[in-house]
Design a protein around this ligand. Structure first.
Ligand SMILES: [Zn+2]
Length: 279
């Protein structure tokens, strides 16, 4: 079990990271909303108005995500432990690029699905643009656009329906991006933490020394609304071994290299505020 001092340190660290995640998730959500708002306006002016190009969306998301990802990896690259190995710097930069790419592609997919949903709504329902814009302006910048669309359609069908806009929900779904962005950022933070410990070990090996970090410990931070990993608190394994992550609700056990390991299942790695430390 973790000592009280160590527990306090990690709780504080996790809280700071959570705030940073939220800020970056906020920017992504606002971006998604601006894309949807502009698309609705263009479409209602001209039904053949093109959707934003993939290249443009990709480029914008790249720019929005880059500072957060590179901040994580630059910390390792500029650390005194790894500064004199050009090869390692290159490996870490490649890791940062790969991570950035995954994040952007995941978010891009989500925005495209939101555009599909919006296009379907506009093609089947009569939406009052002035009303939509009025509500959007009154609400927060991150307010859910699906909700605003539902409040701005004029159809009798909609009024009759208990379920809001009648769109095949299996095919067309609308989801906010802030959760996606936050989960992806958590994965980057845990991944770069692991890479940092690993880089220090590699550096030691290059100098003919034994690994600095030989073990790691799972830390459940009690953050967020989930207690699914509480029984993993204090689990200690070899640094390059897998944690046997227990899902408290289902009882399933899954090997994870670290909390939020992107190779793990959605159930265990999405929106998890656990931490780990190596020693
Ligand atoms: Zn967790």
């Amino acid at each position: 079990m973790v000592s009280t001092l160590s527990r306090k340190y990690w709780e504080r660290k996790s809280l700071i990271e959570k705030r940073q995640n939220r800020l970056s998730a906020y920017y992504i959500q606002v971006y998604n909303n601006n894309v949807i708002d502009k698309f609705i306006k263009d479409y209602l002016n001209d039904e053949n108005a093109p959707r934003p190009t993939q290249a443009m969306l990709y480029g914008d998301l790249y720019v929005l995500n880059k500072p957060e990802v590179y901040k994580q990896y630059n910390r390792i690259i500029n650390s005194k432990y790894t500064s004199d190995s050009a090869l390692q710097n290159m490996i870490l930069r490649n890791k940062a690029d790969a991570r950035l790419n995954t994040i952007v592609e995941t978010e891009l997919k989500r925005i495209n699905k939101n555009l599909d949903y919006t296009e379907k709504v506009l093609g089947t329902h009569e939406l009052n643009l002035k009303e939509y814009q009025k509500i959007a302006q009154r609400e927060k910048a991150i307010a859910n656009r699906k909700n605003i669309m539902e409040r701005s359609v004029k159809d009798v069908d909609f009024i009759r329906s208990k379920f809001g806009i009648n769109i095949d929900s299996n095919v067309f779904t609308y989801r906010d991006l802030d959760i996606t962005a936050e989960a992806l950022n958590r994965q980057t933070q845990m991944g770069s933490s692991f890479d940092e410990y690993d880089a220090i070990n590699q550096e030691a090996r290059l100098n003919g020394l034994p690994d600095v970090y030989t073990e790691k410990e799972w830390i459940w931070t009690n953050e967020g609304q989930t207690t699914r990993h509480s029984s993993n608190d204090g689990q200690t394994v070899g640094f390059y071994d897998y944690f046997q992550c227990i899902h408290d609700v289902t009882g399933d056990v899954e090997p994870l290299m670290y909390p939020c390991d992107p190779n793990g299942s959605f159930e265990n790695t999405w929106i998890c505020y656990c931490q780990f430390r190596a020693f």
